[in-house]
Ligand binder design. Structure first.
Ligand code: NAD
Ligand code: MLT
Length: 526
């Protein structure tokens, strides 16, 4: 039975999805690094939030782990490189807490601009200090957004509704997108000099670490408020403490810290700073959303149905996924089929995508084919993530070509496999976008459904051969589930592919081979 570990508190809706999928689910929170390391080998899947640290050490001990799902956005608590090397898929749940975090950013912006926490504390201590807490309006002010991703965009929309002008610094965003949202793109320097409020919404990367530091604070207006609901360290906390102490800026609000909890950080003792303990995603709605999203992703990946939201695997947008997704299984089966009929070491794979699918990001299917063709060659886990890397390491040249014009089929994948002994070809398609068919093997057109047991026979195209095959298999109680016949161009050699309900014993194989009209026979198991 597939075992899944839920190692941080997850909404029950997520746990139920996993249990309903038939997985054995262990919810064990607050495991020490040692306990995690000792137990991780039991599991094929793990769902984490931000508390569990999946370090290199832990991942190396995870001998059966296939998928890590993060119920949330940031995966900075997972050693992605170690996971990728081990072929473990790392997924996140990026959409579920966007609104929650956007609203937290606004809550902090308003709190610090209107002195809400300080006024609240003052009133609770029985003071009535109205003039002390004069605030600032958002209306007609400039909001500088650093990072216009999911959360940044939602913040921009709400800021516009507040009557703010929005300036954005995000080098990866197009002018077109900015215009559609109604914001102006800017360089960082101009944003820092112009904005009355600055909010950061980038991931923490080597480029964004310390993005707002001493020099940046020195460019800001003295009345500016700075907000960080993204990741601790994007705004350098030492520089921030200095800017606040020297009153070079009006205030700041932080939900995230370079070290959490931030008890020994300087900023804890400052006035004019509003602090919350990483609450961006802490709403009922967001926690249910991320739990459901992460559980579905984990479930589908473990059941081999789909890979979504993977961090260490090529991402497909939903539109592409809809078109390309169904071809993963076909491509893998084509690879697995070829691995059992080719002779010699693989030197090169020439993969062509024909027809409509070629206008999508189909290269990912190459990894599926490679996984299939190398699966039986390798001792240990090859998967969609590491397949191309493994092929490269084995010196296999891979060429992927897109051919817009459809040929016999609206969409198909054609792969020429060049080994040190021969060149073979397979082409596959999906009928009605779901039913897999191999439609060409070498230079013979066929139409056969990939199935668990297949018999691939090259025979003289003479009367009686098909009858002989039927009788021989029938006598041995082997049921024929399907059959496809095709002829080589020369006309006298035929390719017969048979779907069987069960495997064949060596005796039956020998019996079939004894017929002089049977030139070759291969039993394929998919
Ligand atoms: P996202 O990936 O959708 O957007 C990130 C944006 O940052 C992208 O548009 C990208 O182009 C931009 N960016 C990347 N590098 C940049 C750079 N050097 N300069 C300027 N822009 C850059 O991410 P998201 O879902 O919007 O999340 C944003 C941040 O919020 C992440 O750090 C995430 O971990 C954090 N987050 C925090 C909480 C919380 O509880 N406080 C909750 C959810 C997300
Ligand atoms: C996230 O990355 O999703 C947030 O920081 C929220 C969380 O850690 O749960």
């Amino acid at each position: 039975m597939v075992k899944v570990l839920v190692s941080d508190k997850l909404s029950s809706e997520g746990v139920k999805i996993l249990q309903d999928a038939g997985f054995e689910v262990d919810c064990k929170y607050k495991l020490s690094p040692q306990e995690l390391k000792e137990s991780i080998a039991e599991y094929q899947g793990i769902i984490i939030r931000s508390d569990t640290k999946l370090t290199k050490d832990v991942i190396e001990a995870a001998s059966n782990l296939k998928v890590i799902a993060r119920a949330g956005v940031g995966v900075d608590n997972v050693d992605i490189e170690a996971a990728t090397k081990k072929g473990i898929i790392v997924m996140n749940a990026p959409g579920g807490n966007t609104i929650s975090t956007c609203e937290q950013s606004f809550a902090l912006m308003l709190s610090v601009a209107r002195n809400i926490p300080f006024a609240h504390a003052s009133l609770k201590s029985k003071q009535w200090e109205r003039s002390k807490f004069k605030g600032a309006e958002l209306y007609s002010k400039v909001l500088g957004i650093v990072g216009l991703g999911r959360i940044g965009k939602e913040v921009a929309k709400r800021a516009l509704a507040f009557g703010m002008d929005v300036l954005v610094y995000d080098p990866f965003v197009s002018q077109d997108l900015a215009e559609r949202i109604g914001v102006k793109l800017s360089d960082l320097e101009n944003l820092l000099k112009t904005a009355d409020f600055i909010t950061v919404h980038t991931p923490l990367t080597p480029e964004t670490k310390g993005l707002i530091s001493d020099e940046e604070f020195s460019l800001m207006k003295p009345a500016v408020f700075v907000i960080n609901c993204a990741r601790g360290g994007i705004i350098d906390e030492t520089a921030l403490a200095k800017a606040l102490k020297e009153k070079r800026i009006a205030g700041a609000a932080l939900d995230v810290f370079s070290k959490e909890p931030p008890f020994d950080l300087d900023i804890m003792d400052l006035d004019s700073i509003v602090l919350t303990p990483h609450l961006g995603a802490s709403t009922q709605e967001a926690q249910v959303n991320v739990a459901i999203e992460a559980a579905h992703c984990l479930k589908d990946a473990l059941l081999g149905k789909a890979i979504r939201n993977a961090i260490n695997y090529i991402q497909l947008d939903p539109e592409t996924y809809k078109i390309v997704g169904p071809y993963f299984n076909l491509a893998e089966k084509m690879g697995l089929f070829m691995s059992q009929i080719i002779e010699g070491g693989i030197k090169e794979l020439q993969i062509s995508y024909l027809g409509e699918i070629s206008s999508y990001k189909v290269d990912v299917l190459g990894a599926a084919f490679v996984k299939g063709i190398l699966l039986n060659q390798l001792e240990k886990g090859i998967n969609y993530i590491n397949a191309l890397e493994i092929a490269k390491a084995r010196g296999i040249k891979i060429e992927q070509v897109k051919v817009q014009e459809e040929e016999e089929y609206v969409n198909s994948i054609r792969v020429k496999v060049i080994t040190d002994k021969e060149q073979r070809l397979i082409e596959g398609t999906l009928f009605a976008n779901k039913e897999a068919r191999f439609v060409k093997i070498d230079n013979v057109y066929t139409e056969i459904e990939p199935s668990e047991y297949m018999l691939v026979i090259r025979n003289q195209d003479k009367p009686g051969v098909i009858g002989f095959l039927g009788t021989t298999l029938g006598k041995c109680s082997i049921n024929i589930a399907g059959m496809s016949l095709g002829r080589e161009a020369s006309g006298d050699i035929a390719l017969t592919i048979i779907n069987l309900d069960s495997a064949l014993s060596p005796e039956i194989i020998a019996q079939i081979k004894s017929n002089p009209n049977i030139l070759s026979l291969q039993l394929v198991k998919l």
